[in-house]
Design a protein around this ligand. Structure first.
Ligand code: HAM
Length: 440
């Protein structure tokens, strides 16, 4: 087969047989977020490029190298020459939507979560895609370290619910603009010594934002950055205090953590607390969750000064880890009943039975391929139908048929009268109980 075009590099298809894995994570993510008081927010897949430049930061890899941006053709859009970018992450869009809809005038803290696709032009590898998906949560209005601990607790709770093991939590503080100024000076002095070895982008960063050199993906820059000064040694009293209180609260919550002074995160908006949950089960791209505080971002994007914080988890990485750790997924809905029809009259009866049972919530299928009986039964077996009915002229005449349990082979005579639904339900429910009892 010669396809005219293949899937773009760094993107993935989710085929129907695998979708239940996504549904498992999405369902548990929604349930956990809602238990912590978060409600869903939805916002556009693309935004004005300015939004990402201002929030994620001009000197980050995301903005400098990884954004998918377009300027729409003027004939189609009435001379709108604005540049738009496919969202590389969800925080900027959330803050923009929160401000544009005046949500900070309501009760605080405001808590919002999202499940979104994101786009970054990165070098694809296992766990690193160009189109990927995030579950994220953002909280606005609290400057208390309790909020930081609550966010970490939400992420941890989801990780536990989906059954992941061996995930480490790393925390750090990257201070505020006050302490960061001293730190940037120390960093600049450190990197000046290896100036001739830095990559072209990092040379520019040395002048504008030396902290960004620390998350450069180039091998040489990462090597040079290994012995660089760490921000935690430069924290002001307020940031130090905040970090101490966070550690205390995590201990009260019984959440284990390690301090990793090297975490700086790859986005510019962070202040004070940053954190990551990391697994070793899926290779190099093991960070399944990253987040932190961004107390200056709301004001930077045009709102009143409002402390805020959040995190996002990569859904592909969560699913890869679940697969590698053989975690349980919620199984997809299976076919309750397949009705095999032979002949025109039987088909009419089949369609009417199917509609009645579907209205009652059952998953019912019948032949739409004009197949013979043998092929229909083969299909019923393939899709794992729990029960089957064969309908032919005899069954139409007697107004009844045999319901067959495909696993046990047991058969039940069942009449198509006003007790049909009740009888069908009794048989299906007792079969379900039987299966549960077998498992115990
Ligand atoms: P981030 O660390 O850039 O943070 O991304 C969050 C998570 O998304 C990562 O930990 C990873 O699991 C996943 N991820 C990132 N890039 C890729 C990729 N190319 N392929 C697959 N998965 C990926 C943010 O995006 C922040 N907005 C998080 C945040 C929310 N901070 C505060 N609020």
């Amino acid at each position: 087969m010669e396809l005219i075009a293949k899937r773009p590099r760094g993107t993935d298809d989710v085929i129907p047989a695998e979708a239940y894995k996504w549904h498992t994570v999405e369902k548990l993510a929604r349930e956990t977020a809602e238990q912590y008081g978060f409600k869903e927010i939805r916002f556009p897949t693309f935004e004005n490029t300015k939004l990402f430049k201002r929030s994620v930061g001009d000197t980050t890899d995301v903005v400098q190298k990884e954004m998918y941006s377009v300027t729409a053709k003027s004939s189609a859009n009435g001379n709108d020459d604005t540049e738009y970018t496919l969202r590389p992450e969800g925080t900027a869009g959330t803050v923009r939507a929160v401000l544009e809809n005046g949500l900070l005038n309501d009760a605080l803290p405001l808590k919002a979560y999202y499940i979104i696709s994101c786009f970054r032009h990165e070098k694809p590898q296992k766990g690193r895609l160009r189109e990927f998906h995030q579950f994220g949560a953002e909280m606005f209005g609290s400057k208390s370290p309790c909020a930081d601990a609550d966010m970490i607790s939400l992420a941890k709770s989801l990780i536990e619910r989906i059954g992941l093991k061996d995930i480490e939590l790393y925390i750090n503080s990257i201070g505020c603009p006050t302490c960061r100024a001293e730190y940037q000076k120390a960093l600049k002095a450190y990197f000046e010594e290896s100036k001739d070895k830095l990559c072209h982008t990092c040379l520019e960063r040395l002048e504008k934002n030396p902290m960004r050199i620390l998350d450069c993906k180039s091998e040489i820059c990462s090597k040079i950055g290994k012995n660089a000064p760490v921000i935690i040694d430069y924290l002001c009293d307020d940031c130090k205090n905040h970090f101490e209180k966070l550690k205390e609260t995590l201990s009260v919550m019984g959440i284990e953590y390690k301090i990793n002074p090297k975490i700086v995160r790859g986005l510019d908006y962070y202040t004070k607390t940053v954190f990551e949950f990391v697994t070793t089960s899926i290779g190099a791209q093991g960070t399944v969750c990253g987040g932190g505080r961004y107390d200056g971002l709301v004001e930077q994007l045009g709102g009143n000064p409002t402390p805020a914080l959040g995190f996002a988890m990569g859904l592909e990485r969560l699913i890869l880890t679940m697969e590698s750790q053989k975690c349980d997924f919620i199984s997809a809905k299976k076919c309750d009943l397949y009705i095999a029809a032979m002949g025109e009259n039987a088909l009419k009866k089949t369609i009417s039975l199917t509609n009645t049972l579907r209205d009652e919530g059952y998953c019912v299928e019948y032949d739409v391929m004009d197949r013979g009986l043998k092929a229909q039964m083969k299909y019923a077996d393939k899709i794992g139908a729990a029960f089957t009915i064969v309908l032919g002229d005899n069954e139409i005449e007697s107004n009844s048929a045999r319901l067959k349990n495909m696993k046990t082979g047991e058969q039940y005579e069942i009449a198509f009268d006003d007790k049909f639904i009740d009888k069908f339900s009794d048989i299906v429910v007792s079969d379900m109980f039987g299966e549960i009892l077998d498992k115990i």
